[in-house]
Design a protein around this ligand. Sequence first.
Ligand code: NAD
Ligand code: DAU
Length: 343
Amino acid sequence: MRNLLIAGGAGFIGSNFVHYILPKYPDYRVVVYDKLTYAGNLDNLKGLEGDPRYAFVHGDICNAEAVAKALEAYQIDAVINFAAETHVDRSIMDPDAFIQTDVYGTYVLLEAARQFGLERFHQVSTDEVYGHVPGEHRSLETDPVAPRSPYAASKASADLMTIAYHVTYGLPVTLTRGANNIGPYQYPEKVVPLFATNAIDDLPLPVYGDGKQRRDYQHVLDHCEALDLVLHRGKIGEIYNVGTGAEMENLAMVEILLHELGKPRSLIQHVTDRPGHDRRYCLDVTKLKALGWQPRHDHEEAIRATVRWYVDHEWWWRKIKSGQHYRQYYQRNYGQREVLEGK
Ligand code: NAD
Ligand code: DAU
């Protein structure tokens, strides 16, 4: 495995993975294949432009011809698929792009991987495919998928197709299902970068409902290390959960974030909840740990480090937040939400 095609490598996790993998494996070459949607950003890959082991291809994973051309031109051995529409609120407003990219686009990549006889196809998936996890249960890789948002349903469909390509055609696939990632270069629609950048500007933090939903906020570099491990030591045809295995309420995350910035709790504004909001995700990560993986950051360290990155990188996020696309999205998603008193 020498020549990797990183689909969606201009997004948040994909770009962190590119920065992680290039120095770690000096004989690897990396091709980022990305459509550059609103979430794709070449600023995330700044500094790599002159590197002979790096190339960028502007393309859509739904375009079979363009995908085949890139696989051939760069003699690709393995595809790692990060490319997706990823924001749950957008999937509720406009599901169409999610079906196109997350479902059909994954199929196009799988079919190309089969035709080119690639060494590996890795699908980057999410804990959201398990749906709301009740009681004290921790999702196991063998649990049935039970997605509840259009985003989660599109990712679950892609997982099923990836597994079907392994069972039916013997395609050498692996899958990972990650918890909530945070860290550098995350588009400020996701809760931690949104709240950090709003708080820096003394703007309200729109907490959905009572804020007692539970999530596992893991540092993106821990996720990158897990992906590396699964790519090199994971068993073909297998799924691996990726998370710290711990969970925290959203309001606890907000407290840490405000404390790190020295901002008041009065910025918290409870607003109308997300429809179908999953109350709890929690992963069992025993299978990944058996490969030798340990997260390096706990929740608090991951949140604090992320907040500091946004404090130090205003040049990166102010461009995005001041743009027309972002401002229209913000108005559409938050403009109609009622402020809930007494929460
Ligand atoms: P992101 O939204 O930051 O980036 C997605 C990237 O995919 C962007 O660069 C975008 O331009 C590209 N893209 C979108 N449609 C495309 C298309 N049709 N063709 C080519 N490129 C396209 O996403 P992210 O947060 O970095 O997530 C990456 C992957 O990890 C996704 O598959 C997501 O489902 C999964 N995941 C994310 C998290 C998380 O917390 N962010 C957790 C678990 C799993
Ligand atoms: O769990 C993995 C998933 O994590 C990934 O698959 C998704 O791509 C990624 O977007 C993320 O999904 P979430 O819906 O969990 O992330 P988000 O940052 O949108 O929301 C995190 C929590 O914060 C969730 O309980 C909803 C809440 N929230 C979110 C926003 C944007 C708020 O309370 N207010 C907000 O404004």
